[in-house]
Design a protein around this ligand. Structure first.
Ligand code: C2E
Ligand code: MG
Ligand code: MG
Length: 655
């Protein structure tokens, strides 16, 4: 701030401030960080700070006794007043930036006229004082001898600053749950930096350091809040998933109604597999650009996000369902046309849905988990966009949203139970084994399918506790006297991929086997191949260790699309389980050929074969004639609780 004329002000800090803010603006421009209200308000803040610093430099230059002579009082007041006016705009602009970070632009726009006036009042009063000052100086004056001369009225500037600081602090505290700790600290950092600068200036009035302190605070925001890599997907020009989560957090915390459109490219994985990366980016970029280009008028201010794996979200202030449907219809037609890239025609399979917050989905965690389940919840062959309100009322949707808490509750309350489905040995003509299948009874949803809760548990990490329970409970069962008498040789346990990637899995099983004094050969572990396994080497190492310990291994669900014949030969497998989807098509001529050849091939590779999902006698005969080793299915029995299963085996194995 310009000081009294006897100072020999040091400009260096102001020059540094200009360089810092200038560079920040430069980088914002080149990183295209100018979309969205937060970025825009940040740019305005940077500009105001830059102009203030430039005005400060000008004011300082013409406030010295040797330079003040060179300008008329008019220009003196013009320069000094411009600086002070800009200076007193700094904090309100900063306050607006905080409000937009917390509440968003829409909510700011909706504030009443009175609250807007009240907000601007302190600044308006100071600006009026500064405009009156040249006529009747009471804040500063033009002194041709000593240069710039400060008057007691200047105290008003500090009162004004304190009012806005308190206001900003209240806003930051009110919305603290919306900001991470580092963001909170950096937003507040403006105040200690300003206070420190004022104190330094009181101590050494030559150090003109206030704007430098402000520029340091701005730099701090750039590093912590305006982090482009978190906010913007450079390649596509969309907002990121991180940004989507933080916008949803704000939305739900302020209960701001919104309409959200989801655009999913269902065949994204296939496209990704055959398109080179640069081309894939172009396809996605075009999808996003066209989505925005075709936005109807009431979606003009919508924010677009890329949520990975071919899924986009468009977030807008709430509009009518008809309007959302109209937009979704346009997009549906658009993406149903093949995208042409060079000479390639790329066929997209769009899944588009729209819903309202909070009417259709009303909780933050539901909005988040909806991203996971969107694709599976949408009707598989939807030919038109889907009003998601129709899905959210379904039991399946509610179950999928609550699945994590259902699983957590089941772990605490020990609700899981193991059921056993008998497996018929064709050669021995009796039941010598069974598959252990987990069951989760829930008060509200009845038996929850493992096909829903196992993948959810893999995502949440609960699979490790569930897996430990399964291994322990099956070993306990095998150790029972009743099991020994039943004539059963071994039990098959399903291992989730996440379990196979547990480095201590072999040791865990060893501990259980020793605890119940059973034999490794009484366990058969069913593993499932997946397209991508996070750590293939660890997976293979674990599998080899389990085999070396003397356990049998089965490959589950052969024929569902993931099994790779090279891997099958490389893995120490004893049994291959042919999936029900094969069985279902056994009457088709071509499928019969495939089944016969598959069985012959597996036999040549010394693998035994289990056929799954056999529901009728003709299928039993069909596969028995094809030389299959084992048959499993509802034809013999559904999975049974422990005692019922033992009873079943005792009664059936006697015959
Ligand atoms: P899976 O391992 O392929 O298990 C066979 C599934 O087919 C079981 O469904 C079984 O009840 C069902 N099934 C058996 N015979 C027939 C039949 O004749 N007709 C029909 N329609 N279905 C039949 P379930 O118990 O619902 O399990 C589904 C999947 O969940 C399992 O597929 C497995 O991947 C997973 N799972 C089940 N229990 C466990 C477990 O204890 N651990 C792990 N990691 N996964 C499990
Ligand atoms: Mg299985
Ligand atoms: Mg299976």
């Amino acid at each position: 701030m310009p000081q009294q004329s006897n100072l020999n002000a040091i400009y260096t800090y102001d020059i540094c401030a200009v360089i810092i803010v200038g560079l920040i603006l430069f980088s914002l421009y080149f990183k295209k960080l100018h979309h969205g209200a937060i970025n825009k308000s940040f740019i305005v803040l940077c500009f105001v700070v830059l102009l203030t610093t430039l005005a400060d430099l000008l004011g300082l230059y013409y406030s010295k006794p040797e330079t003040i002579q060179t300008i008329t009082p008019f220009w003196f007041y013009a320069f000094q007043s411009s600086y002070f006016i800009l200076r007193c705009l700094n904090i309100p602009v900063y306050a607006v930036y905080i409000i937009i970070c917390a509440e968003g632009w829409e909510s700011l726009k909706k504030k009443s006229f009175l609250s807007k006036i009240l907000f601007l009042l302190p600044s308006m009063l100071i600006i009026s004082c500064l405009l009156i000052n040249p006529a009747k100086p009471f804040m500063f004056e033009h002194d041709p001898v000593i240069g710039y001369h400060r008057l007691p009225g200047m105290l008003l500037m500090y009162v004004h600053a304190v009012i806005y600081m308190v206001f900003c602090l209240i806003i930051i505290m009110k919305y603290r749950h919306l900001f991470s700790r580092v963001v909170r600290i950096s937003l507040i950092s403006m105040f200690p930096l300003q206070i420190a600068a004022i104190l330094i200036q009181i101590y050494n009035s030559n150090l003109v350091i206030e704007m430098f302190a402000t520029s340091c605070a701005i730099l701090m925001f750039t590093v912590t809040i305006q982090r482009p890599e978190l906010l913007i997907n450079w390649e596509l020009g969309t907002n990121t998933k991180h940004m989507y989560f933080s916008d949803l957090k704000r939305l739900t915390s302020l209960k701001t109604p919104a309409t959200i459109l989801f655009i999913n490219i269902k065949n994204y994985k296939d496209i990704k597999n055959y398109l080179p990366r640069e081309k894939l980016i172009i396809v996605l970029k075009n999808i996003y650009a066209e989505t925005l280009e075709h936005a109807p008028h009431d979606f003009r201010n919508a924010e677009g996000y890329y949520l990975d794996n071919g899924l986009f979200a468009i977030l807008n202030a709430q509009v009518s369902k008809q309007s959302a449907k109209k937009y979704a219809d346009i997009l549906y037609v658009l993406y149903s046309q093949p995208a042409v890239l060079d000479k390639l025609e790329i066929h997209l399979v769009p899944q588009i849905g729209y819903y309202d917050y909070p009417d259709d989905i009303g909780e933050y965690h539901e909005l988040i988990s909806f991203i996971q389940s969107f694709s599976s919840l949408m009707p598989p062959n939807a030919k038109t966009p889907v009003d998601i309100a129709r899905l959210t009322s379904t039991k399946n949707f509610r179950l999928r949203n609550e699945i994590d808490s259902i699983v957590a509750d089941a772990i605490v309350k020990e609700k899981f139970q193991m059921y056993y489905q008998p497996i018929w040995s064709v050669t021995k003509k009796k039941f010598i084994s069974a598959e252990a299948l987990i069951r989760l009874p829930d008060e509200k949803y009845g038996f929850v399918s493992p096909e829903i809760f196992i993948p959810a548990a893999e995502r949440s990490g609960a699979i490790y506790q569930i897996g430990d329970f399964i291994i322990d409970d099956v070993c306990r069962f095998i150790a029972r006297e009743a099991f020994r008498k039943s004539g059963l040789e071994y039990i098959e346990i399903n291992l989730a991929v996440a379990q196979c990637l547990q480095p201590d899995l072999p040791e865990k099983i060893r501990t259980c086997v020793e605890k119940y004094r059973i034999r490794f050969s009484q366990l058969n572990l069913e593993i499932t191949e997946r397209e991508t396994i996070a750590d293939q080497a660890l997976f293979d190492r674990n599998i080899q260790k389990l085999a070396d310990m003397g356990m049998m291994l089965s490959l589950d669900d052969y024929g569902t699309g993931y099994s790779n014949i090279q891997r099958i030969t490389a893995m120490p497998l004893d049994i291959v389980k042919i999936d029900k989807s094969f069985v279902d098509k056994k009457d088709e001529q071509s499928m019969q050929t495939i089944i016969k050849k598959t069985i012959t091939m597996m036999k040549d590779l010394n693998k035994e074969i289990v056929i799954e999902g056999i529901e009728d006698e003709s299928s039993v005969d069909f596969f028995t004639n094809l030389d299959c080793d084992f048959i499993q299915g509802f034809y013999f029995s559904k999975p049974l609780p422990e005692d019922a299963f033992i009873e079943f085996c005792l009664s059936r194995n006697v015959q």
